[in-house]
Design a protein around this ligand. Structure first.
Ligand SMILES: [Cu+2]
Length: 155
């Protein structure tokens, strides 16, 4: 999907849900920044996903549009694993990603994140914006075929 089309989708989808956008949005990053700023981070909900060979627990996630979330991605497996969800990552307003309380990454959105084996952890702070069902999977070797996939619902 082209960025322009995504922006239009974001504007149309969010207008009726929780945060009215001022006219036609033409700047994805500005909109995401505003949504992040306006979210109630004191009411943030924490969701944890554990990676192991070869599955996510839980494998299906549900988020509410407009709510502030911390998504903890923890790898308890013996291999590295990906959390690849490009459509989902572009449907949310990302605040930041934090790695083991030691580093923060600020970016408008991600395509995939890799969490390293035996205890690696990445925390993603975001606000779901666009409703829908999005796939998530691991792109390493045959992990997806072995069951390392799931779905993310934004409602
Ligand atoms: Cu994997």
């Amino acid at each position: 999907m082209k960025l322009k089309a995504l922006i239009t989708t974001l504007a149309l989808t969010t207008a009726a849900t929780f945060a009215p956008l001022a006219g036609a949005a033409d700047d994805y990053i500005t909109d995401a920044d505003r949504i992040v700023k306006e979210a109630d981070w004191n009411a943030m909900e924490t969701v944890t996903v554990v990676f192991e060979e070869h599955h996510y627990t839980p494998e299906n996630l549900t988020f509410k549009a407009g709510v502030a979330y911390k998504l903890e991605l923890i790898n308890e497996g013996e291999k590295h694993h990906y959390f690849t969800a490009p459509e989902f990552f572009r449907s949310i307003a990302t605040r930041k990603a934090m790695v083991n309380g030691q580093a923060e990454i600020k970016a408008p959105y991600f395509k995939a994140v890799e969490v390293l084996k035996e205890g690696g952890q990445l925390d993603l702070y975001f606000v779901p914006v666009t409703k829908g069902t999005f796939p998530v999977f691991c792109t390493i070797d045959d992990h997806r075929e072995k069951g390392m996939e799931g779905s993310i619902v934004v409602e």
